[in-house]
Write a protein that binds this ligand. Structure first.
Ligand SMILES: [Zn+2]
Ligand SMILES: [Zn+2]
Length: 116
């Protein structure tokens, strides 16, 4: 799936208590995401909308603690992560390419500012 082998995780850790997800990438890069930030990135059709219709997250809802609480995480094939949230939502497939693109470490953030 991925054309960029750097976007392959070698280890994925979900810390449910802290609400953080950390990924170590094949190229040595390290990313850390908060569960809340990941929930806002949910790429599923319900959250993001489809066929030109805005999704649920586009309405800027107030997320409940259940909606941002990570209860499980599973791998989808070799290309994506699918978290399960405490409200039962589990249809968002976060591809590794997208996760890497959304890395918010200082290095990636500054690179994005230079090349928006
Ligand atoms: Zn979703
Ligand atoms: Zn980064």
């Amino acid at each position: 799936m991925s054309t960029n082998t750097a976007n392959e995780p070698i280890s994925i850790n979900a810390n449910r208590e802290a609400g953080t997800i950390t990924i170590d990438w094949k190229d040595g890069h390290h990313s850390e995401y908060s569960a809340v930030a990941l929930r806002w990135l949910c790429p599923c059709a319900f959250c993001r909308g489809e066929a030109g219709h805005p999704g649920w997250l586009d309405s800027m809802p107030t997320l409940t603690p259940e909606q941002t609480q990570l209860v499980a995480m599973r791998l989808v094939g070799q290309y994506a992560l699918a978290p399960t949230w405490a409200d039962g939502h589990d249809t968002g497939y976060y591809t590794f390419d997208a996760l890497r693109a959304d890395c918010n470490c200082a290095e990636c953030s500054s690179r994005r500012e230079v090349q928006p």
